[in-house]
Design a protein around this ligand. Structure first.
Ligand code: ADP
Length: 295
């Protein structure tokens, strides 16, 4: 079992933004969702784990080894899928992946070729192996991103906002691929999309303004809201009145009416019906401070 332990991590940028504020997390094998709005500090945390930047204080341990000082140790065990690769050189997918494999330290020609072809197959790109990556669709590029992240059998795979810009079908395909990678490595999925975390992750943390607001299993979070979530369809014009009276967690337009979800430990009556909580409700209630993070 792999274990990534983050203890009291802090990072303030030179402009004074405190992007990581005393973050502690314990992550083991399986898929871990790091969920938070834009600007929450997700990328800053990822970059610090990968060793692209060092923290001001705090510890990061991978299987007991201090990876803040020993960045090479984690680089060897790490696969990273960034949001955007920028520009691709004009070479085929096979050649590019082989080149990246060399950089990853796969020096044996035969083993490298085998692994590159196996990964192109796994990511459904085998038939496109001789095409240049810059001609790929967004979904194919993301799958190529997974292939390069898996080079060298990493024990920690970090994926930063992977489904941004993908259409629903590509996104589904990509998520299926991620969930196939397996339970015997750590995969950290950094995203602002609750749905991706709900579909894929067995453990998660919600972060905002550089701080962990809650961490645990999505199923436990959802269960903890059970019985305290109520819904009602109201007229749009009544929204403000309801806002003053109730703890509104979320609201959604539905056939011209506003369907609101509120948090209330006791039956609020007044036409409210009990609602089945979703991870979205948990997320919004924690982010908006309606419910304490200690759910
Ligand atoms: P997220 O990935 O959750 O969107 P980021 O980690 O990118 O969040 O950003 C967290 C905060 O740090 C934001 O306020 C952002 O503007 C700021 N920030 C990120 N990178 C830098 C940087 N290199 N220099 C200064 N501020 C930064």
């Amino acid at each position: 079992m792999n274990r990534l332990t983050i203890k009291h991590l802090n990072k303030t940028y030179p402009n004074g933004v405190k992007a990581i504020n005393n973050i502690s997390l314990e992550i083991s094998n399986g898929m871990f969702g790091l969920l938070g709005p834009n600007g929450a500090g997700k990328s800053s945390l990822m970059k610090t784990i990968i060793g692209l930047q060092s923290p001001d204080s705090g510890e990061i341990l991978f299987n007991g080894v201090d990876i803040v000082s020993d960045t090479l140790f984690i680089k060897k065990q790490l696969g990273f899928l960034p949001q955007d690769f920028g520009v691709y050189p004009k070479i085929s997918a096979f050649d590019l992946l082989s080149h990246l494999a060399v950089l990853k330290g796969l020096l044996n020609h035969k083993e490298r070729k085998e692994q590159v072809l196996a990964l192109l197959d796994k990511t459904n790109l085998y038939q496109h192996r001789n095409k240049e990556v810059h001609t790929f669709s967004g979904g194919m590029r993301q799958r190529f991103g997974i292939a390069q992240a898996l080079l060298g059998n990493p024990q920690v795979i970090i994926v930063d906002e992977p489904t941004a810009g993908l259409d629903p079908e590509e996104r589904n395909r990509f998520n299926n691929l991620l969930s196939e990678i397996g339970e015997d490595v750590i995969i950290i999925l950094s995203t602002h999309l609750v749905e991706d975390v709900r579909n894929l992750c067995t453990n998660m943390a919600i972060i905002d303004k550089g701080t962990v607001l809650a961490q645990g299993k999505p199923t436990d979070f959802i269960a903890s809201l059970g019985g305290s979530l109520w819904q009602k369809a109201i007229d749009k014009k009544d929204r403000e009145a309801y806002e003053q009276k109730y703890s509104i967690i979320s609201s959604q337009l539905n056939a011209g009416k506003l369907s609101i979800h509120i948090f209330a430990p006791e039956d609020p009556r007044n036409g409210f019906e009990q609602a089945k909580p979703m991870l979205e409700d948990v997320y919004f209630s924690i982010i908006n401070g309606r419910v304490s993070g200690g759910l």
